[in-house]
Design a protein around this ligand. Structure first.
Ligand SMILES: [Zn+2]
Ligand SMILES: [Zn+2]
Length: 417
């Protein structure tokens, strides 16, 4: 996941936290399914998380991590292990009775950055860090698998525990796993992402429909004609062309997209020229584009291409454009979302469940919707630095609630009447 905005709600929620914790304990004690909570290997979950945190691996290189996950899964009863791609792992648990098939997904990759938390469990690898919490995701899903592996007789149907590689780097790992065919029988997908600045252990239900944004990008080279700075009539100035393009692109959000629909067009790079008195012969631009519907995504792409094509023509320049679509928006299913909310409230107490705002980040979890409906939820991990920050930390006390929620969601989905 690449960028997060929600901070305000955390402040609103944190004030009432202590009273809520008391109530939620009472609620979970009264839950008819709470007997399994004692089977959650809470200490192992923290141990697994710390091991993975100290030994991070970049996208598509999760060799030791996937091996570690495979070993833990193989140590559990009733779990069959599949390797759908080189560095991803799926654990399959078949319940005592026939029923639907549900999948829960965790991602396992880290980011190319130097950890600056100063904690004793810091990354042992230079310039590689779990700064998006995928170490916590992996450990929690192992905890969920361990808990459910002892409940075979209470499960109607099949559970897939997906440990996915390469979420952080497009084209992403989800595509590889989908292509492998290993998940073709899945009826529903759930996923969970940790979020700082929400109370540790609180579960955030993202909106129905677009829960994250689609992310596309482009690289553009404008080819003009170099000249002496005092003789502009003999050249074609790519900086002037680029400036006109940058200005015109702003009209897509303000004049083409329906007001109120979250859309972003950001030109993150504009480079040209070396000297004050020389007209350069080329300029390079790069942009990040975020949208929440496929319709708008296509509209923005079409308008971007028209603007670039026509403006360069008008100025007598030429161009090379590489427009790169990456992850689509997660489209949360209404029924699955409602169930996730009910399940989280049943096991944590409704005071520890909140409505989370849409994430402006992008996530390749979105691709699983090609197979079946999806629901993505968040888990608060306390106050701290944002995801992808070198000081990002996870309050490990949140992990127990993450596992509880995952187990309850899976049981409720398979055992509903
Ligand atoms: Zn991330
Ligand atoms: Zn992430």
């Amino acid at each position: 996941m690449k960028k997060i905005l929600p901070l305000l709600l955390a402040v609103l929620l944190s004030g009432a936290l202590s009273a809520q914790t008391k109530q939620s304990k009472k609620t979970s004690k009264n839950s008819p399914n709470a007997a399994w909570v004692k089977n959650i290997p809470a200490e192992d979950v923290i141990k697994w998380r710390q091991h993975i945190h100290q030994n991070p691996e970049l996208s598509f290189q999760e060799e030791q991590t996937s091996k570690y996950v495979e070993e833990v899964l193989k140590s559990l009863p009733n779990i069959e292990v599949i390797r759908p791609a080189k560095t991803s792992v799926i654990g399959v648990l078949k319940g005592g009775k026939a029923g639907k098939t549900v999948a829960f997904r965790a991602d396992m990759d880290a980011l190319p950055m130097q950890e600056e938390t100063g904690l004793p469990i810091s990354s042992k690898v230079n310039n590689v860090m779990h700064s998006c919490g995928h170490d916590a995701h992996t450990a929690m899903l192992l905890g969920t698998a361990a808990t459910l592996s002892k409940m075979k007789d209470q499960i109607n149907g099949t559970v897939y525990f997906i440990f996915q590689h390469a979420e952080e780097t497009p084209p992403g790992g989800a595509i590889d796993i989908i292509k492998s065919g290993a998940l073709k029988d899945v009826d529903a997908f759930f996923g969970m992402h940790v979020l700082p600045n929400f109370p540790a252990g609180h579960v955030g239900i993202l909106p129905e429909g677009a829960a994250s944004t689609a992310q596309d990008m482009f690289n553009l080279v404008i080819i003009g004609k170099g000249s002496h700075g005092s003789m502009p009539h003999l050249g074609i100035d790519p900086i002037v062309v680029g400036a006109a393009i940058v200005s015109a692109l702003q009209s897509i959000v303000s004049r083409n997209v329906e007001p109120g629909e979250m859309t972003v067009v950001t030109i993150g790079r504009f480079q040209s020229g070396d000297a004050f008195n020389v007209i350069a012969d080329r300029a390079e631009l790069a942009a990040s584009i975020r949208t929440t519907s496929e319709e708008t995504r296509k509209l923005v792409e079409a308008r971007t291409k028209e603007i670039i094509d026509n403006i360069t023509k008008a100025y007598g320049a030429t161009y090379k454009l590489d427009y790169i679509p990456t992850y689509p928006a997660i489209q949360n299913d209404a029924a699955l979302n409602a169930q996730a909310q009910k399940s989280a409230a049943a096991i944590l107490g409704k005071e520890q469940v909140f409505d989370a705002p849409m994430m402006t980040a992008s996530e390749d979890f979105a691709y699983y919707k090609e197979i079946a409906p999806v629901s993505f939820v968040t888990l608060g991990i306390g106050e701290g630095a944002a995801n992808h920050n070198p000081k990002f930390t996870v309050d490990e006390s949140a992990l127990q609630n993450g596992v509880k929620t995952q187990v309850q969601i899976i049981l409720d989905y398979l055992n509903k009447r």
